[in-house]
Ligand binder design. Structure first.
Ligand SMILES: [Zn+2]
Length: 106
């Protein structure tokens, strides 16, 4: 079962708080998408456990009964702290960032 939630989170691409759609598959967070730049962050639990504790992952990435301010704060902090190598689409992100930098030079 897929659940969609909308909330304001910090987007690294937009460099500001934007409206995001959070997709949960079953009880676990599948991906987070920025509604402004459409950047998707797909999260792999296997990679995350290398740097975060299981407690943290379960608290932030399992479906909350209610999206509280605390969970939103945790998610925003999590998105800011997540290393790019953990993301499952690093090449796409790197390419997009490269495109942005390229455009700014023109
Ligand atoms: Zn964005």
């Amino acid at each position: 079962m897929t659940t969609k939630l909308k909330t304001f989170l910090f987007c690294l691409h937009c460099n500001q708080e934007t409206e995001h759609t959070i997709i949960y598959k079953g009880e676990y967070l599948e991906y987070i998408k920025c509604n402004i730049c459409q950047n998707e962050i797909k999260i792999s639990r296997e990679k995350l456990v290398e740097i975060y504790t299981a407690d943290f992952i379960d608290r932030v990435l399992t479906k909350p009964h209610r999206l509280t301010e605390e969970i939103k704060r945790d998610l925003s902090g999590f998105l800011k702290s997540i290393p790019i190598r953990i993301l499952t689409k690093p090449y796409r992100l790197a390419k997009e960032l490269g495109d942005i930098l390229h455009q700014e030079k023109k």
